[in-house]
Design a protein. Structure first.
Length: 288
C-alpha cells in the first residue's frame, strides 16, 4: 500500500510551519511522529496534498515542571514521558497511561501533540489528560489560545482546532500532594486499542472522605468521557467498598459506548464498571 502523491515541506521554525499551514489550509497536515497519519495515508483514508514536517522546530519537545503545573511540549515523544522519573513522582497516572500505548516502537516516535490531534476515542492519553484537567495551547499566525481538554475533542478524529492552528504544548495542573490516581484498561492483546480504559484522580482527607474525584474513560463514546455522575457520587463520601461500587455503577450507567467487533456496548459498560471499581479501589487503597 502506498499513499497518494503529496508535497513535502520541512519547517525549520514555528513561524514557517504556521505560514505553510495558513497557505495550504485543510490541504495540509502537520507531520510529527506520523504513527497514525502515515498508515492512514497508506490506506488512503486521508489524502493531504502537503505534509508539513515540524520535527525540526525547536523548543516543543521539552517537559517543564513548576510548583503549580507541568508543561509538556507537543513534540515530546511518549517514550520520554514513560521514562521520566520526575513525572513518575508528580503525575504517575500519565506515565502509567503512556505505558499502555501500543508498543515501544510506536512510543519512541509518537508525540503528545500528534496523539491528541488524532482524536481517536480509544486513545489513552486524551482520557488521562481529561482526568487531570489539562489544557492545550494552540498557535496560529493570528496569535495563540488555550483550549481546555474537555473542549478540545469534538468527535471521532475531530478537534476544536481550525485549519491554521498547531498545538504547541499541554499544561497539566499539579494535583494536590495527597492526590491518588490510577489508570487501567482492557484490550484483546497487549498494545491493541483499548476496549475500555479508565483514569481516576482522587483527593481525600485524613478520614478517607473524598474531597474531589475525576473519572475519565477512553472508548466510552465519540470523545474521551468525563464521568460526571460517577465522580460526583464519591464527593463527600467515605471511600469504602460500597461507595466505590456505587460510583462505578453510576459510571457504567452514564456512558454511551459505541461497541465494536471486539466488544458490544453492553460488554463495554460492564468493562467500565469493573475497571472503574478496580481503579478507584487502587487509588483509594480500598480492597474490593
Amino acid at each position: 500500500m502506498k499513499p497518494p502523491v503529496f508535497a513535502y515541506a520541512a519547517a525549520d521554525h514555528l513561524e514557517q510551519a504556521l505560514e505553510l499551514k495558513q497557505q495550504y489550509g485543510s490541504d495540509a497536515r502537520f507531520l510529527a511522529g506520523g504513527q497514525s497519519l502515515v498508515p492512514a495515508m497508506n490506506y488512503r483514508l486521508v489524502q493531504p496534498k502537503v505534509l508539513i514536517d515540524i520535527n525540526r522546530v525547536e523548543g516543543f519537545a521539552e517537559i517543564a515542571s513548576k510548583a503549580d503545573e507541568t508543561r509538556v511540549g507537543a513534540l515530546t515523544r511518549l517514550a520520554m514521558i514513560e521514562g521520566d522519573a520526575s513525572l513518575a513522582q508528580s503525575l504517575p497516572v500519565l506515565v502509567d497511561a503512556c505505558r499502555h500505548v501500543a508498543h515501544p516502537q510506536i512510543r519512541n516516535r509518537g508525540t503528545v501533540g500528534g496523539n491528541l490531534c488524532q482524536a481517536d476515542p480509544a486513545s489513552e492519553l486524551p482520557a488521562v489528560l481529561l482526568a487531570l484537567d489539562a489544557r492545550v495551547r494552540a498557535r496560529s499566525l493570528r496569535g495563540e489560545r488555550w483550549i481546555a481538554l474537555a473542549d478540545f475533542h469534538r468527535g471521532i478524529y475531530e478537534t476544536a482546532l481550525d485549519d491554521s492552528e498547531l498545538v504547541t504544548e499541554v499544561a497539566i495542573p499539579q494535583p494536590p500532594a495527597d492526590a491518588r490516581s490510577c489508570f487501567l484498561e482492557t484490550a484483546r492483546r497487549r498494545g491493541d486499542f483499548a476496549m475500555m480504559g479508565v483514569a481516576v484522580v482522587l483527593v481525600s482527607d485524613g478520614d478517607r472522605r473524598c474531597l474531589s474525584a475525576r473519572i475519565a474513560l477512553c472508548n466510552a463514546g465519540p470523545v474521551p468521557v468525563l464521568a460526571k455522575a460517577g465522580s460526583s457520587a464519591l464527593v463527600g463520601e467515605i471511600l469504602s467498598t460500597q461507595t466505590i461500587d456505587a460510583a462505578a455503577r453510576a459510571v457504567a450507567a452514564e456512558i454511551d459506548p459505541p461497541g465494536s467487533l471486539q466488544a458490544s456496548p453492553e460488554f463495554q459498560r460492564h468493562l467500565a464498571y469493573v475497571l472503574t471499581r478496580r481503579a478507584l479501589g487502587n487509588a483509594a487503597e480500598v480492597t474490593a
